[in-house]
Design a protein around this ligand. Structure first.
Ligand code: SAH
Length: 639
């Protein structure tokens, strides 16, 4: 166990924005930004007149304006605690264009507001402002139109899925969306999860055809692997996203150069009107894993290189098998078979789908391109699933008992950071205000916890960051254990997907806080649900808790199908405890329909108890005073 790695907690929440620079010029501003710099890999720049605090702080040399110019291109984001006007004057000369400028955030000295000032979409400032705001428990100020219409910004739409942006009139399309005009979306490939998560009144029209006789689209979005040239004379703003779905199967004679491979792939793509931006990766036979030209080409383009043995490639039916190739490498096809396998790579990661009709994915059959000394064979197959190219993450998040102010800032940040949120619908409703436009939100019924865990793992293995939501604490009768168990069943290596756990206030703490201090002495929690635990085990624990005089919190006390367990629990306790032992029945703590009943062990069944209730049974010295339930700190009276 390497404990130091654990110190990186919370860091992954901000890692897409690193390196980050923070700028503070007053002691108050430094106090605000310094802890933030511990949560992300950032440097806090302060004036020479103020002493350095630790290695995360650094003096800026000369004027702040000149200093900013030197660190501008080295950072993805800048967080200022300075007057907004001053920040605008400082950064104005450095701004270049919104595709490459860093995210600019301004925080007021009291830490109440976090403003997304510049590069809201592509620079990620809108997103970062929300993350920092949740982290500081502040209010994010986001003025972009799409955010305020609860729509994903069109110029960052495909980023979670690893899509590449094409050319086009991005400002024109964004403007049409902001004006809530009809925008036609023609999506030929790539994940459609984003479509399923749009608000009801979104402005998109999906499909090729005429919208209606009277409605013309105000803009068009293409999402495809096909390269489209937009006529410069067209007045209709158009843009294109390229999901990375093309797998190029490659064979070559030894020594073929990187340049020859690059131009051959370019030529084949052009011939078939395919966009090189849509290439996910390269696939070939394992004996080519060290082919210098292929390796260099993949490195330069940052493509993954998948290699397969002749035996594996042999198992697939291809349109153009070659006896010559078979004699040489032991399989009749390299390019076509490898392309097909590449395009179906995700079966190995995601599984649980049937590997049928693999051959159907082949888009371009074998093309041979040769010169006197060099030769490549190229085939292209299209994957059903976009290649994201990132290691996915799972955040296991406890959201506390119900109200937003009972969620930790870390948990809020994790929810806001995630690409996808999975949980039971009641809890998803509770955290709606923390969601970001464009997030994938999936609910599954309360009884389908295992399915929820499997879905989270599937999305994370694909490459998304997934927040799995539990009420209370995720590790106390929550989803965290289920997800880790499922991961273990998939031979998880402990790192991929990366997992982080965010604790929450559990029901027993929340219930206790609403009635006083019943947990002041030794206590335990027992779930009365015998769906996954034999009732005999639960009986044994109830008896032990009753004999041991533990203050006891009963979770899952009664459901529609489990009516008798609470009756038996009461009778077990009555064998060892007095019938006037104080009991609190706390239903829906910190939610709008909260209800609290103070009663005793003998009478607790006279009141409503259900799955939204936590039953707190006091110990021998617990007492009620007015409406408060109090367990003394010890058994000996403090004088
Ligand atoms: N992970 C949750 C527990 C889930 S088990 C946690 O740490 O709190 C579900 C049980 O928790 C419910 O049957 C009920 O007994 C209790 N519970 C959850 N939220 C509650 C709330 N807001 N008020 C009272 N009890 C609650």
């Amino acid at each position: 166990m390497v404990c130091s790695e654990k110190l990186g907690f919370l860091m992954t929440l901000f890692d897409t924005f690193e390196p980050m620079a923070a700028i503070a010029t007053t002691p108050q501003a430094i106090q605000l930004l310094h802890p933030l710099c511990h949560s992300f890999e950032g440097t806090l720049y302060i004036p020479k007149t103020i002493s350095l605090i630790d290695t995360t702080t650094c003096h800026y040399q000369g004027s702040l304006k000149a200093h900013l110019a030197t660190i501008w291109s080295k950072n993805q984001a800048f967080v200022f605690c300075l007057a907004t006007g001053a920040v605008i004057r400082l950064i104005a000369p450095l701004l270049n264009n919104k595709a490459s400028d860093p995210a600019i955030i301004v925080i007021d000295p009291l830490g109440q507001y976090v403003i997304s000032l510049c590069s809201g979409h592509q620079g990620g400032a809108d997103h970062l402002a929300q993350l920092i705001a949740h982290h500081l428990d502040a209010t994010p100020i986001i003025t972009g139109a799409s955010h305020n219409l609860n729509l994903p910004a069109i110029d960052v739409l495909g980023l979670p899925f690893g899509w590449r942006k094409g050319l086009g009139n991005w400002t024109g399309v964004s403007h049409a969306i902001a004006s809530q005009k009809t925008v036609q979306v023609i999506q030929e490939t790539g994940s459609k999860l984003w479509q399923e998560n749009l608000p009801q009144n979104h402005p998109f029209y999906f499909g090729f055809g005429e919208i209606s006789e009277n409605t013309q689209p105000a803009a068009r979005v293409w999402i495809s692997a096909t390269h489209r040239k937009f006529a410069e004379t067209s007045t209709l703003p158009k843009v294109q996203w390229y999901p990375r779905v093309l797998w190029v199967g490659l064979g070559c004679i030894r020594g073929t150069s990187q340049g020859f491979i690059a131009s051959a792939i370019e030529a084949v793509c052009q011939q078939y009107h395919l966009a090189e931006e849509a290439i996910a990766g390269i696939a070939t036979i394992d004996i080519k894993a060290d082919e210098v030209g292929i390796v260099q080409y993949c490195q330069e383009k940052q493509y993954p290189l998948l290699t397969y043995s002749a035996d594996i490639l042999n198992t697939i039916n291809v349109p153009h098998p070659s006896e010559v190739v078979k004699q040489e490498v032991g399989t009749p096809s390299v390019a076509e078979a490898a392309a097909i396998y590449g395009a179906n790579y995700w079966f190995d990661y995601i599984g649980n789908r049937e590997k049928t009709h693999l051959e159907k994915s082949l888009l371009v059959t074998k093309e041979i391109i040769k010169s006197e000394t060099e030769a490549v064979t190229i085939a292209i197959a299209q994957s059903e699933l976009d290649y994201i190219g990132k290691t996915g993450k799972i955040y296991l998040v406890g959201i506390g008992p119900g109200s937003l102010d009972q969620i930790t800032p870390g948990a809020k940040t994790a929810i806001n950071q995630a690409d996808a949120i999975i949980g039971y619908s009641l809890y998803l409703d509770l955290i709606k205000p923390l969601q970001r436009p464009g997030q994938i939100v999936e609910s599954l019924p309360i009884t389908k916890e295992k399915k929820r865990a499997q879905r989270a793992i599937e999305l994370a293995k694909w490459g998304l960051t997934v927040a799995v939501i539990s009420s209370g604490d995720c590790g106390i009768y929550g989803m965290a254990g289920l997800v880790l168990e499922e991961l273990k069943n998939t031979n998880w290596d402990g790192n991929n997907p990366n997992v982080e756990v965010f604790p929450g206030i559990t029901a027993l703490q929340a219930a206790a806080a609403r009635v006083g201090t019943p947990l002041m002495h030794d206590f335990c929690a027992i779930s009365l649900s015998d769906l996954l635990t034999p009732w005999e085990v639960i009986q044994k624990r109830l008896t032990a808790a009753a004999i041991g005089d533990f203050v006891t919190a009963l979770y899952n006390p009664r459901s529609q199908t489990r009516q008798t367990q609470i009756i038996e629990a009461q009778s077990i306790f009555l064998k060892h405890r007095k019938s006037h032992t104080p009991v609190a029945l706390v239903r829906c703590a910190y939610r709008q329909d909260e209800n609290i009943i103070l009663t005793n062990l003998g009478e607790l069944l006279h009141h409503k108890i259900d799955m939204l209730t936590t039953v707190l049974i006091g110990n021998d010295s617990t007492f009620f005073h007015e409406n408060w339930m109090i367990t003394p700190r010890g058994y000996n009276t403090i004088s």
